[in-house]
Design a protein around this ligand. Structure first.
Ligand code: NAD
Ligand code: GLY
Length: 365
């Protein structure tokens, strides 16, 4: 098992990579001592299909550690990451009689983690949260860093909080049941880490992603490497107030707009940010911030990983532009994009709307 700890001012927590679901109960007993007590009750928030795969293993582990557990479900899909689901989950918290000595266990991908995390952050003004990510995307990104929240129909991730988990427990064995399309989805965030911070990772990915998109990796080292990058970034800028954490949003400005405009159902998150990264790469080339050849490396690797580099069909330019202005990086009504200057380095830059429009046009089908 690889143990990573972000260095945060008021809260730090273990990110365990390569541990086993069957040891979750023991892990909670061992690692959550900083809460002064081990939670005695857990609400496991998940999807029915994930419960069928891993529910009994986790339940057994928690029961063995004397943590009384029950399940709360909601349907799969980004379109359920909303306030209606949050309300449903609050009711489940009440029914399960959770109190401040209880915890919420988010068992699943980023949709489960973000939504259950928001419930944990707000129920009784906050009860401990344990992330048990089961998608590649959630292991490398969404379970780390404390961003929890849900979407509005009008804007993605617009309701939320910074609420750090007490523990992140990543069992890589769960990736074996993950559909291939979801692995590709997670690879978008992995590639993102290469572009924003880790040129060696990018090169390694270039070598390893074969032409037919076979993702044959030692996921243990990939997950640990990405988790470490994210932990380092949030250690320096926990609440995105110092300008550094924004780099994690490379590709997300337009990616989020695409997800919102298409009702959160036409593109997976990784697919949308893959297209968003291509648009950002194009804008950076226009600004002469990086070269055409580096931009080509970016689109080539995304394509090889089986990710889209263009929209499936044209979306209204005006709507996308309106949505760009709802991005959380907008300051004093200025659009700000994360743009690459070389593989492994990005900056945040104010850009004129006309250039953003060209960026959107560059990813049209
Ligand atoms: P997801 O949570 O929708 O999971 C994808 C699918 O995989 C679901 O249908 C799920 O049931 C299934 N699944 C999960 N684990 C499985 C397993 N082991 N075996 C078989 N099936 C499994 O999608 P995601 O890509 O994990 O997460 C995307 C979400 O994460 C988006 O809402 C995005 O905004 C959010 N996100 C948040 C952060 C953050 O910092 N909070 C960062 C990145 C992304
Ligand atoms: N996924 C962006 C962040 O955690 O800041």
């Amino acid at each position: 098992m690889i143990l990573i700890r972000p260095r945060l001012k008021n809260s730090s927590y273990p990110i365990c990579v390569g541990c086993s679901l069957k040891d979750l109960g023991k892990g909670i007993q061992k690692f959550i001592f900083h809460l002064n007590r081990t939670p005695n009750k857990a609400l496991l928030v998940t999807h029915p299909s994930i419960k069928n795969l891993y529910g009994s293993l986790i339940m057994k582990s928690l029961t063995h550690s004397k943590i009384k557990s029950s399940f709360a479900f909601f349907p799969e899909g980004e379109e359920y990451k909303n306030l209606k689901t949050v309300q449903l989950l609050y009711k489940k918290c009440i029914e399960a009689k959770l109190d401040r000595t209880s915890c919420i266990v988010a068992l699943g991908g980023g949709v489960i983690g973000d939504t259950a995390g928001f419930v944990a952050a707000t129920y009784l003004r906050g009860i401990p949260l344990i992330h048990v990510p089961t998608t590649l995307l959630a292991m490398v990104d969404s379970s780390i860093g404390g961003k929890v929240g849900v979407d509005l129909a009008e804007a993605k991730n617009s309701i939320g909080a910074f609420y750090q988990p007490a523990l992140v427990w990543s069992d890589l064995e769960t990736l074996k049941t993950l559909p291939k399309a979801e692995l590709k989805n997670g690879m978008a965030e992995v590639i993102k880490y290469g572009v924003i911070k880790d040129p060696k990772l990018f090169e390694q990915l270039e070598k390893r992603i074969s032409k037919n998109g076979q993702l044959t990796f030692n996921f243990s080292s990939i997950v640990a490497r990405c988790a470490k990058i994210k932990a380092d970034v949030i250690s320096q800028d926990e609440k995105e107030t110092k300008g550094l954490r924004e780099i994690l949003n490379f590709g997300h400005t337009l990616g989020h707009a695409i997800e919102t405009e298409t009702g959160y159902s036409a593109y997976k998150h990784g697919e949308a940010i893959s297209i968003g990264m291509c648009a950002a790469g194009f804008i950076a080339e226009k600004f002469r911030m990086w070269s055409a050849s580096e931009n080509l490396r970016l689109s080539r690797i995304l394509k090889s990983a089986g990710l889209p580099i263009r929209l499936k069909k044209t979306l209204p330019l005006k709507n996308l532009l309106t949505l760009l202005f709802r991005d959380k990086k907008v300051l004093s009504e200025d659009l700000r994009f994360v743009l690459p200057t070389q593989i492994g380095k990005v900056v945040v830059k104010k850009i004129p709307s006309a250039l953003a429009l060209q960026g959107i046009q560059s990813i049209e089908p």
